[in-house]
Design a protein around this ligand. Sequence first.
Ligand code: NDP
Length: 242
Amino acid sequence: MKIALVTGGSRGIGKAIAVRLGSDAYHVIVNYRTNESEARDTLERIRSAGGSGELLSFDVSNAQEVSRALDQWHDANPDKKISILVNNAGLARDNLMVFMSDQEWKDVMATNLDSFFFVTRHLLQNMLVGKWGRIVNIVSLSGQKGLPGQVNYSASKGAMIAATKSLAMEVGKKRVTVNAVAPGFIRTDMTKDLDEKQLSALVPLRRFGEPEEVAEVVSFLVSEGASYITGEIISVNGGMYS
Ligand code: NDP
């Protein structure tokens, strides 16, 4: 059974991805930072759908914590390898750039971008040795077209898009694919304070998306069926941008 790690699997899009991959018959490692009760809920949902999984708490923005947690997991599971990685954990700290604090810039870059580097680097070697792997980065419409108030967030996601393309070129010869999914407005805690009715008018499909609609694309990208797709950025944005 293939093993998938989903970062930020306790809530929102990560929860839907973890549950979906569980029902696709992967063993799912559900990462989270603080919200253990929601992470347990994800695991319950995986199990009640007939899947298997486990929890692994670590802060994706902290290089030492990432290494420690993943080394401990490998020590406890010497015969197993994580061959599917979904870099989903992320946060937004919106502000106009003229008012943006150093902390707002650093927190977003650390959680959204540094995390991609720390977690992916750690798991990549085994994927290369095993000559099979799937990496899916959850980026954003904001990193493709830019959004006011999100200079930090757009920069982090835009950089992740560029990194997706470069890494795909590095590791393709070892049958490791690297793709990104770029959601628009998806109904989660991250968007709960937005005016959904007003913003839906900007979406050609006239509504916010559901986390499960992002999970569907991730499910495809990690499957054997997607074995000739790499370096792609797939939008799930109701037609807002292409
Ligand atoms: P939520 O705020 O609903 O959930 C964020 C998740 O990330 C939680 O599980 C949280 O864990 C986890 N997380 C945050 N920081 C860390 C950290 N340092 N270490 C480990 N886990 C962490 O976000 P969404 O589900 O909305 O977003 C998921 C991804 O999708 C993000 O990368 C986001 O940028 C992207 N996205 C979202 C869009 C949307 O409209 N919702 C649109 C475009 C992109 P915990 O529960 O423990 O706090």
